[in-house]
Design a protein around this ligand. Structure first.
Ligand SMILES: Nc1nc2c(ncn2[C@@H]2O[C@H](COP(=O)(O)OP(=O)(O)OP(=O)(O)O)[C@@H](O)[C@H]2O)c(=O)[nH]1
Ligand SMILES: [Mg+2]
Length: 470
């Protein structure tokens, strides 16, 4: 115990010294935020990207990769943020018994430093290599959705939330409980807890059924706030009177505390410092789940991307000042579930979603791009004959049974409106198509020296994110 604490202090001391040193030399730092809703693929993305930046044999589309002399991990500058467990996640994904990394429930950070050879005039002048630090921050997309809470009162939030979830079968139980509640009665803590629990149960079910608009974000990812009063509130119909000490008043107070103590610090301490942002989306998962999930994804992504447009929120503008996110990459993950002949269709869906968000407000000069990628390719492609036609399928090891299986996920339309329009119009099922999805386990790898794990278009993602800095 004592020894553990001591070594901990020692390493912390070293970390402090290192970050102090690097800062005195004014080495440029690029802070890259990676977000997405739960299970979107953030952890696998960061692990795959970092592994492929450390060993760049599979990064042909990163144009100036040859200028990177070396890449190495360093202690991160923020001493109070958990470190992204790169080694643990990589070991899980590329070990003898490859597994997906465990779900991560909070924010974490990793510093990857690149030594870059001089080019152009600097090279002619005989200048030495320079260093670029990439501070990569993994945070839940649900936290961005909380931005929408900041300019709402408890009464407004309750009203829009209850209206939105009113018709959802997952919410039937909560809605009945909430409508039966009299908020003007004196607060009894067990009632408040029961309401918060019932609301969290709804959020959990909605999330499992593919809904994305599951806020407040910390209800699903409470971390060390679990059970605390800032998480013990829920939306209620407003009673005619709200006397002092009533349930409604206390819920109102806790909602405000959540905004002030949970939401604002995140935007101030983390979000406001991001230079470039990756927003990851499990679009195939939503398509598989059906039109309501796709429509919900569209709305939620517009809202997530809305966090990056300045001026939308007074508090955010104040926090950001003139600072802006410079680039936003909007990427569909897990593209290895599709044969490459269908990747353009998946990308087109992402472009349509991005256009939709951009139509409401531009991102004040931020460069945006849409992409489909696989951070760790778990399948191979095959063409099989079925009913007299050739079918382009992917093959992999099933997560559930460990057996090899081929999957044809269905034909994505070339025009994304064929999916987005019925979703928007409230269709319950896809009319003329079905989309299957299997979960594959990562494949066993035999990596050659200098090669990172296999991926699809991580090099394109890297080019967009850091290419101009190499
Ligand atoms: N086939 C395939 N599956 C992937 C890929 N990336 C992610 N997945 C699947 O998606 C799951 C979630 O990926 P994570 O990277 O853990 O997602 P996350 O966004 O970090 O999830 P939370 O930490 O729970 O918020 C994994 O367990 C895999 O099953 C990929 O490139 N290919
Ligand atoms: Mg994660």
């Amino acid at each position: 115990m004592v020894l553990g604490a001591l070594t901990d202090q020692l390493t912390r001391g070293v970390e402090g010294a290192v970050s102090a040193v690097s800062e005195t030399f004014f080495e440029p730092v690029l802070r890259i935020g990676v977000t997405g809703l739960s299970r979107a693929g953030k952890t696998v993305f960061i692990t795959g990207l970092v592994a492929n930046l450390l060993d760049r044999g599979r990064m042909p589309q990163l144009a100036n990769a040859s200028r990177i002399e070396t890449a190495f991990l360093q202690p991160q500058p923020d001493d109070t943020l958990p470190r992204f467990d790169y080694e643990g996640h990589l070991a899980a994904m590329t070990g003898d018994d490859p597994r997906w990394p465990a779900s991560t429930r909070a924010i974490s950070e990793l510093r990857l430093s690149l030594r870059i050879r001089p080019s152009g005039i600097a090279a002619m002048r005989g200048g030495g290599a320079r260093t670029l630090h990439l501070d990569i921050v993994d945070y839940p997309g649900e936290w961005l959705l909380d931005l929408a809470l900041l300019d709402k009162s408890y009464a407004e939030w309750s009203e829009v939330t209850l209206a939105r979830i009113d018709k959802r079968p997952q919410a039937a139980g909560y809605i009945a409980t909430a409508r039966a509640e009299d908020g003007s009665l004196r607060l009894a803590e067990p009632r408040a807890q029961a309401l918060a629990q019932a609301y969290t149960a709804y959020l959990t079910q909605a999330r499992a059924d593919g809904y994305s608009d599951c806020t407040p974000g910390r209800f699903l990812l409470p971390g060390d706030l679990v059970g605390s009063p800032v998480l013990t509130f829920a939306p209620l119909p407003k009673p005619a009177t709200t006397p002092r000490g009533s349930l409604w008043r206390e819920m109102d107070r806790r909602f405000e505390a959540y905004k002030a103590r949970v939401v604002t610090p995140f935007f101030r301490d983390h979000f406001a410092r991001i230079d470039r942002q990756v927003v990851l989306v499990d679009a195939l998962g939503a398509i598989h789940a059906g039109p309501p999930a796709v429509e919900d994804l569209r709305r939620t992504m517009a809202e997530v991307l809305g966090a990056f447009r300045p001026g939308r929120n007074g508090l955010l503008s104040a926090l950001l000042g003139t600072r802006r996110v410079e680039r936003i990459l909007f990427a569909a993950t897990k593209a290895d579930h599709l044969h490459h002949t269908q990747h353009p269709q998946l990308t087109a869906i992402m472009e349509a979603l991005l256009r939709d968000a951009r139509a409401r407000a531009d991102f004040a000069g931020a460069k945006t791009a849409a992409l489909s990628l696989a951070s760790l390719r778990a399948t191979v492609e095959e063409t099989v004959a079925r009913d007299g036609t050739d079918l382009n399928v992917v093959r992999g090891r099933l997560l559930a049974t460990g057996k090899q299986a081929a999957m044809y996920p269905g034909a994505l339309p070339t025009d994304p409106a064929r999916l987005l329009a019925p979703a928007r119009e409230g269709a319950a099922k896809w009319l003329d198509a079905e989309f299957a999805l299997m979960a594959f386990a990562p494949a066993r790898l035999n990596l050659r020296p200098g090669e990172g794990p296999p991926h699809i278009r991580l090099d394109r993602a890297a080019e967009f994110l850091i290419g101009d800095k190499l």
